[in-house]
Design a binder for this molecule. Structure first.
Ligand code: AMP
Length: 393
């Protein structure tokens, strides 16, 4: 395990906390959802209470290395200040000498927020000189931005290599939860995988085959598997370059006694649109001019049975084109079954998380990951570079 803020002395130290305040904003620059800000409060409060000087750094939106006043962190500073009931100073230019001076003049328990770090093109380029400048602002680095921990940027990876670096509570909790479901889960373990990008999901299956009992496959990725075993998938989304690998994984699962359940039936549509004509098709028997848009009722029933018996559930990716009202039934049902289950459940990936949130059942899920790409990498069994850069405990 990696060290967290609990494992080091922070009293009197300047602590650079890389948070993820990339919150949705309205046209008139109002915060639409402050979950990401609220979720960092335990770390910030801990640091303040333990006498640290807290320097907060985040990105917001995609300014592409240019100053864009619409993407300033000032409104976020105002919200955080309200939430903490505490004044926060602001530094416009992270590279200015005056900013270093500001950090040196801070009292214990004070907070300074830096302007949007992606106003600098050096950030995403992981520029070494830029990371060195950032490191001059602090004595300790805290990674609290799980959602960007799979990318090597100057304020997430570069700086972590230069300062004593530890995890904040949010990152610590993410790592603990993934470790629990991947390395010491209560069986039976069920993984539900969906979505369209099969190239991302096949490595997940490869990694999970050694860890789970059953894998339920839905979404666009299912059609590559159905084609691989000789079925007709009509116009469904397909990756022909992955047919052999799909077959290899099915064989490997069989060898290891892991059940892989593919859809039995599917809601097909003539066109990829909400108002298209729809028809149910048994898997492998699509009409040539129809494409699979959602799992069908028999599949939902079969998946429900497995989910009901699970003690651990891992879910990544919608099992249909859930953005359209007509094709969200499968995904919503899966979300509801997980919500009803007493199993330890973990959900990652923007779409599955959105489905759970739109149904108002987030609280019934054990852990909703804050990182789509980062959680996918953990499910693939890969190491997250920014986590690797933190000190070992
Ligand atoms: P991913 O990023 O790979 O998890 O893919 C998520 C996307 O997969 C969502 O936007 C879904 O609309 C899409 N998706 C799910 N099922 C299907 C399907 N049967 N055909 C095409 N796209 C799908």
């Amino acid at each position: 395990m990696k060290k967290s803020i609990r494992d080091i002395e922070v009293n009197g130290k300047r602590v650079f906390v890389r948070v993820d305040y990339n919150v949705p904003m309205s046209e008139d620059l109002k915060i639409v959802d402050d979950t990401r800000i609220v979720s960092t409060l335990p770390t910030i409060n801990y640091l303040i209470e333990h006498g640290a000087k807290v320097i907060l750094c985040s990105h917001l939106g995609r300014p592409n290395g240019q100053v864009d006043n619409k993407l300033s962190l000032r409104p976020i500073m105002a919200r955080l200040s309200k939430l903490l009931d505490k004044p926060i100073s602001f530094a416009e230019d992270v590279l200015a000498d005056s900013t270093v001076e500001m950090t040196e003049n801070m009292n214990n328990g004070e907070i300074l927020m830096l302007e949007n770090i992606r106003f600098y093109s050096e950030e995403e380029a992981n520029d070494e000189k830029f990371a060195t400048s950032l490191s001059k602002l602090a004595d300790i680095f805290v990674l609290e931005a799980f959602g960007t921990s799979h990318r090597k940027h100057a304020s997430t990876y570069g700086i972590a290599k230069l300062l004593p670096s530890v995890a904040g509570f949010l990152v610590e909790n993410e790592l603990k939860m993934f470790d629990r479901v991947l390395n010491s889960p209560e069986h039976p373990v069920v993984a539900i995988l969906g979505g369209a990008k099969i190239a991302d999901k096949l490595p997940v299956i490869e990694n999970l085959i050694d860890k789970v009992d059953t894998i339920l496959i839905g979404g666009g990725m299912a059609y590559t598997f159905i084609k691989a075993i000789g079925g007709n998938v009509g116009n469904s989304i397909l990756d022909n370059s992955k047919l052999d690998l799909a077959n290899e994984l099915l064989d490997k699962a069989k060898e290891k006694g892991v059940k892989i359940l593919l859809p039995i039936d599917n809601v097909g549509a003539k066109a990829f649109s909400e108002d298209s004509e729809t028809k149910l098709f048994n898997s492998g028997f699509f009409a040539d001019d129809f494409q699979g848009m959602d799992i069908g009722p028999k599949t939902i029933k079969a998946f429900k049975k497995v989910i009901k018996k699970a003690k651990t559930i891992i879910w990544n990716g919608p099992v249909g084109v859930y953005e359209y009202e007509k094709f969200k039934r499968g995904t919503n049902k899966i979300a509801k079954y997980i919500g009803k289950s007493k199993a330890v459940s973990i959900i990652g990936g923007g779409d599955s998380v959105a489905a759970v949130q739109s149904l108002g059942i987030s609280k019934k899920v054990t852990h909703i990951s804050t990182g789509g790409g980062a959680s996918l990498m953990l499910l693939q069994g890969k190491e997250l570079p920014c986590i690797e850069a933190l000190q070992d405990n």
